[in-house]
Design a protein around this ligand. Structure first.
Ligand code: UD1
Ligand code: UDP
Length: 375
């Protein structure tokens, strides 16, 4: 087919891959688009897990990840490496997602080549440029470099307008819900037994606290507070399983392994493939996290979320009562987690399935909109 519109998806980390995979798959159903994927591979193993699950083979792999990389490394190495790709493929539209350093440099690289940019999950703001760091500034920069803004909620539209971004804002929901529903669908076909066998070290008949944590602004003392709080709760509630798939960042691995190994009911495990992770989240009782994606997925599954951050750009979950901010304050984490594990009334109040972030049709909506755009 001649005159196919050339689309380039640029992403680099696990959450971007999860949130863009269903969109890549949706665009690929439409022959009028020539869809290519460029991964910076800012993450390696954790990115490859997602690519394998959604069966996406990148057309370009910049393979930039280095152990314990700095923001300078990712920014400079990624931007330089994508120049060749942008200049050889010459896309007419580049897609970036969210607020990682790859999202920012993907938008910047496209802008340098005067290529239009579509920003998926546009308009999230915490209002604090150091929390989350550097994501708040990454998404502001990506937003201002972009031409089309696909927002998850009305609050995100309003945030953009406050910054004088007033055109080409499309409220479509968050593609993470598409990924979650697609993932849950694929799970059903697999059967329970393979998952139970995979998690044989965990007593699945018990209540489970699912934990993730990796934010840069929490490195050092805040992370130690988090680990101490988990340790105290694990000792206080011996009949509860605490499961923590530990992010591969050495700044996370080090304190978590040092402070939490050897506790009988604390399971420190490797990062999970998306299918295993959402299966486990579905089985969990409470989610304790600082992740952005989990604040969106857990409410959709009716799981109370304690958010280990001082501020959040995902206020919708907090407003609807399924998420609560506990920061990295040791005592507050202990108090709020203990309350959920011992008071069923408090638990039931938070455990309700709500979905402010989308209904699983975001990707279809985006494809319909892009098909009508002139670029
Ligand atoms: C990055 C994003 C953050 C996002 C998070 C999702 C930036 C600045 N940060 O943070 O917004 O929420 O991903 O997880 O864009 N590592 C591995 N293997 C992997 C992934 C990471 O070994 O597959 C280790 C490496 O030592 C690497 C380090 O983790 O240098 C940090 O990775 P990086 O992408 O720089 O930061 P994250 O904390 O993962
Ligand atoms: N996730 C996963 N395996 C894990 C932990 C998380 O697949 O071991 C998924 C989770 O379902 C969510 C995403 O990864 O969709 C969140 O990624 P992360 O916490 O790394 O980044 P953030 O959302 O904070 O940017």
């Amino acid at each position: 087919m001649t005159n196919r519109k050339k689309l380039l998806f640029i992403f680099g980390t696990r959450p971007e891959a999860i949130k863009l995979a269903p969109l890549v798959l949706e665009f690929r159903k439409h022959p009028q688009f020539d869809v290519k994927v460029c991964v910076t591979a800012q993450h390696r193993q954790m990115l490859d897990q997602v690519l394998a699950f959604f069966e996406i083979t990148p057309d370009y792999d910049l393979d930039i990840m280095k152990p314990n990389q700095t923001l300078f490394d990712v920014t400079a190495d990624g931007l330089k490496a994508m120049e060749k790709v942008l200049k050889s493929f010459e896309p007419s539209l580049v897609f970036v997602q969210g607020d990682t350093t790859t999202s920012f440099i993907g938008a910047l690289g496209a802008y340098y080549c005067k290529i239009k940019v579509a920003h998926i999950e546009a308009g999230l703001r915490s209002g604090n440029k150091y929390s989350p760091f550097p994501e708040e500034v990454n998404r502001i920069l990506a937003g201002h470099l972009s031409d089309y803004h696909f927002t998850p909620t009305p609050q995100s539209d309003a945030n953009l307008k406050k910054e004088n971004i007033t055109e080409n804002i499309f409220g479509v929901g968050n593609t993470v819900i598409d990924a979650l529903f697609l993932g849950l669908d694929l799970l059903k076909k697999r059967g329970e037994e393979s998952f139970q066998a995979f998690f044989k070290e965990i007593d699945l008949s018990k209540r489970m606290v699912l934990i993730t944590g990796h934010r840069r602004e929490s490195f050092g003392e805040p992370f130690e507070n988090i680990c101490e709080a988990i340790k105290t709760c694990a000792e206080r509630f011996p009949a509860v399983e605490f499961v923590y798939p530990v992010h591969l960042n050495p700044n996370v691995q080090q304190p978590v392994n040092r402070m939490l190994s050897g506790l009988k009911n604390v399971h420190l495990i490797a990062p999970l493939g998306y299918e295993h992770f959402i299966w486990l989240m579905n089985k969990s009782y409470v989610v304790l996290t600082d992740s952005g994606g989990l604040q969106e997925e857990a409410p959709a599954l009716g799981k109370p979320v304690l958010v280990m951050r001082e501020v959040t750009e995902r206020q919708e979950g907090v407003d609807s009562g399924t998420a609560k901010l506990v920061g990295t304050n040791k005592q507050l984490i202990i108090d709020e987690l203990s309350l959920l594990l011992s008071d069923t009334k408090a638990y039931d109040k938070m455990a309700k399935a709500i979905n402010p972030y989308g209904d699983g049709t975001s990707c279809k909506k985006i494809v319909d909109i892009v098909a009508k755009l002139k670029f």
